[in-house]
Design a protein around this ligand. Structure first.
Ligand SMILES: [Zn+2]
Length: 145
């Protein structure tokens, strides 16, 4: 059993793309065929509002930075009785915390943006386990409380 996650966005945001194969039309843009994440976005009418990104569970900021694909990103590490879990928050506008900061679930860590390879304001959220065999991305959706 993995830890339970809270939604990493404010309530009005919807899941716009699930974990699984990318829609074929997006593959040339993202250069990969599998979406190992879920995407959240606000309704069109709220796209110009500031949307807070929230920690999905208690943890520690493992890294923050900028990547040409993921834009501004945050990685949080979570220690569970079974393993080490990581959550990734991508395409951020502003990052509010530094590496090493401890965070509580639902704490504001960033604002939603469209940095990196992105077709509009959204959060690309990934969940992974880290173990002896390396990093393993899993579908976050069944793990929301
Ligand atoms: Zn995505």
């Amino acid at each position: 059993m993995l830890m339970l996650l809270r939604r990493p966005v404010e309530l009005m945001c919807l899941i716009t793309l699930h974990f699984g194969p990318y829609p074929p039309a997006l593959v040339p843009l993202v250069h990969t065929s599998f979406h190992n994440a879920i995407d959240f976005a606000p309704p069109q009418a709220l796209k110009n509002k500031t949307i807070n990104i929230l920690a999905a569970a208690d943890g520690t900021i493992l890294n923050t930075g900028f990547n040409s694909a993921y834009g501004n990103f945050i990685i949080i590490s979570h220690i569970t009785p079974q393993n080490l879990m990581l959550t990734f928050y991508c395409h951020l506008e502003k990052i509010k915390l530094f590496r090493g900061s401890n965070v509580l679930r639902r704490e504001k860590i960033a604002t939603m943006g469209t940095t990196g390879i992105s077709t509009g304001k959204h959060l690309h959220f990934m969940l992974a386990t880290l173990g002896p065999s390396g990093i393993n991305f899993i579908d976050p959706e069944p793990h929301f409380a």
